[in-house]
Design a protein around this ligand. Sequence first.
Ligand code: 5GP
Ligand code: ZN
Length: 114
Amino acid sequence: MNADCLFCKIANHDIPSDIVYEDERVVAFNDINPQAPVHSLIIPRKHISTINDIETADESLVGYLVSVAKKLAEKNDLSEPGYRIVMNCNQQGGQTVFHIHLHLLGGRQLAHLG
Ligand code: 5GP
Ligand code: ZN
């Protein structure tokens, strides 16, 4: 828990959010500014600022974020039509909240990358 971190506060229920899943390791909640009909953020309860700060010991936790995203995609009937998961890193990567989070986006055609 980082006292200055928005997503730690959300994970701790100190700031309200639309939580769609939580357990002892992760919390998932809907993005406040959704870019698609489904736009959830999956975060570890552990404060990790950026992808650069992920340590070897965090590998299973980061893999678990993907597992939870997959389950949320299923729950939202996105498995067959498809969806996207994204994690941004630092300024040029578009990261604005410095507690790692996986975006789950779906429910509309997403633009091809590149
Ligand atoms: P980033 O740009 O760091 O990859 O993603 C941060 C995301 O957090 C953005 O999509 C933004 O809309 C979302 N966000 C920022 N503040 C809040 C908040 O207070 N509550 C929720 N639910 N989402 C937030
Ligand atoms: Zn945090």
